[in-house]
Design a protein. Sequence first.
Length: 639
Amino acid sequence: MKPSFKLIHDAINEERLYKQVKEISCFHRIQASTTFRKAANHVVELAKSYGLTTKLLEYPATGENWYLENKMFKEWDIQEATLDLVEPDIRLCDFSACNISVIQKSYPVDHRHDPVELIYLDKGSDPSNYTDLDLTGKMIFARTWHDEYKWAYERGAIGILTDFVRTDATRSRHDQYHIRTYTSFWHNHGENEPKKFGFVITPQMGDQLAELFEKNKKDHKPVMVKPYVNSSLYDGAIEVVVLTIPGKDDKKVLMTAHLCHPNPSCNDNTSGVSATLEAMHVIDSLIKEGKIEKPQHTIQCILMPEFTGAYAYMSDHLDNDIIGAINLDMVGARQDRTNGPITLTMLPWSTPSIINELSTMALAMAGNESVSHDGNAIPLTNAITDNFSGGSDHVFYSDPTINIPCCMLGQWPDRFYHTSGDTLEVIDPAVLKFSSMVAASFTYMLATLSAKDLPVIINEMGKNLNHHMSITYDAFLNGKIDSTLLAYKFNAIESFYSASVENIASLIDIEPSWIDTTKTYMVQTIHAYRQFHHIPDIHHDVSDTRVFKRNFVGPIYSMDDYAFKGYKKQLDEFFSKVSFSDGRAIRMYAMEIPFFIDGKRTVDQICEMVSAQINKTDDHLVKSFIDCLESIDLISQVN
């Protein structure tokens, strides 16, 4: 194995990686748009120039069609857009200067010759703070996330201007003071959906605008603006780029990265596209040159709009025999305290596989960047492993009904995530090379896996098992989880590693006795750890013994979409029972709770597994969600 990885490492070219990022980031890659199509065609031509087998697939985007559990939206095209203050005469936004200055998928509007009033909602997003405010025919200026102002459109507002900034422990409003936040409408195209438009300014501009409002308030003058968006929404399509390296059989190993996001969006995610494209190019070239063997399994790369493209592609490829995957999303930014480590996100408890072991081995191989005085490998790129979390296409593939165990290589935190600051300047070709090496190593290992590799894989599994147990117990010692959740997580660890050993038999022809012996070793290791640390063997109370099966394939993308299938009443009832911190929390639960609905687990067992997955116990929410799924016919009771 090792000679192959040295050859791959030496063939990966930093200059080519950087050049690919530079070229692709020039395209404004909004999902279902003419400019995304141009980017997809550019990638196809680039791949063809490398000699890769290439295919460009097209899927309708009408606003009414569905791919599995994802409702599509219409295609969007934009020619130009501006937002001007009337007095003083200042241009706040210009699409030709900064594509992110427009809220993506804005509907057309033209008030260049008849200005509209801009209303400052300076008391937050709670509509009760603006009971007597007339918004009819006016734009609003809001300083928090634009989705919090849906009520404003119901009261007559026609558009929104925002200087919203995402903040966390590593990025503040000050960090983003001269940067615009990538913002988009995600239209449902319902009968009563308002035809919204919007613009984005920097926090600095927002502060100056707030001062203008204060000044004009004293002078009893309105703030007037001239919004103009030359755009159109219509029945169109999305594209999926498919690259293939033929193997000796039809089983497939998958690399994937999303090609979408606005110009420039370099780390998110031209970095992932470039790293996967380079990995495919290098593996293919080395095979053709006879330097490495042709893989047993076919290697495939899918580059598509995030989530949307994965749903569309898999909707007519469910019979694809894909045995494992790696998703690359944000993998090339400089590590100079503005961006975090390259992070390997591992599998959910619902989808056991040795993919975790191959991915951690690939991470270690990529870390052979230098040597210590005694000859040991020293990584120059900061990289870590992390438990499963959502946010990208690995969630879709790892859904048990899709059943493609998929890890993710990403980078977090990222100070310039989803902002106009995600430019070519943030990219480090050496970090890109590290990530491309991980993708290539993982993919080639899985595509050439054989019985002779078992000792190193089982050794890696032992290391990962001990790592999982250690960080879980450490979370308990530090007060992050209680003793009950500690027990739940150890139950999940035992179940996962036992099933992961069984997964080997689906990938390699191996004696059943070997599987049994290895499972026994893993289970005994877990039991010894639990006994030594006095970790209780607690299971969820048995009170809800209902068992459900899923009537759908793939994760749920948006609960709101089921209103269009006639289930608005049921959804309203569900949301009246539970509360979510934000839209991301809703999506996380909607995607991950069904992972554990398998026709075998009881509702209480599902609650236990969800708690172990998300490090939080919320049985009320989980059971309410299951009841909602039953009420909209997505699951059926089997006992």
